[in-house]
Design a protein around this ligand. Sequence first.
Ligand code: PMP
Length: 281
Amino acid sequence: MPELAYINGRVMPIEDAVVSVEDRGYQFGDAVYEVIASYGGKMFCIKEHFVRLDRSMKELHFPIAQIDEIRRAAVDLFSKAKIERAAVYIQVSRGVSPRNHSFPANIPVQVVMTVRKIEEKNPPIRETGISAITVEDFRWGRCDIKTVQLLPNVLAKQKALEAGCFDAIFVSKDGIVREGSSSNLFILSGGMLITHPLTPDILPGITRSLVIDICREKEYPVQERFFDKSELYEAVEVFLTGTITEVLPVVKIDGRPVGNGKVGPVARMFQEGLLVRLKNE
Ligand code: PMP
């Protein structure tokens, strides 16, 4: 079960994979990415991830990339690695070119991928829930594009860890709750699930849209609207969603218990709803 890497058509062990120092992802953060999880040897929501990757590249005016070719290469790399429970990481940069801010002319994008085993957390945090802190959202204005420019996310996560918590929740200067450092966020308030609407301030998460879809299927009330930090603090339940995160209950925020401080039935219902989707895809 080798953990493999791919660089522009070449497959190799991860430890042998190196890219040029002139890769624009390395120099400028001029790159976009996706992470796809597999369950039982099958990549989940491939189509949705490639639609988003394609959109990210178009939003940044990357040269026309062969998205279907990248998709085939990702599936091929995953099947070569033979890892049942894997994270397939796909990064596309604007290419390799001498350092210069302006877009280089006529060079191909650089495609880098890795396939690694996902280690389940022990103790299982999806059962116990996690604690989080809120941090000011000082990211750029296009958080809807999945770029590798994750420094604010990295700093927020580290701040949470240093505070003895698992994750950080971004809150805008004027108090609007955005999302987690690598996840979207839902609250249960007034008998309905509420999540930030799709604007340039958050990533359009694939798990977020699955949860909304499960709500529609179960006729569970859901609203995409803004809410502030006081509504977050008063929520009955809070959970994060993401490809690796899945549905992760938050039981403490800024030292205050969420609801009764225990994982609630609604988070559990959506954890199970997601498992059903995984099995039936
Ligand atoms: N927001 C951010 C900032 C993220 O990094 C992620 C993880 N990709 C998400 C939301 C969740 O997105 P998805 O459900 O597509 O993994």
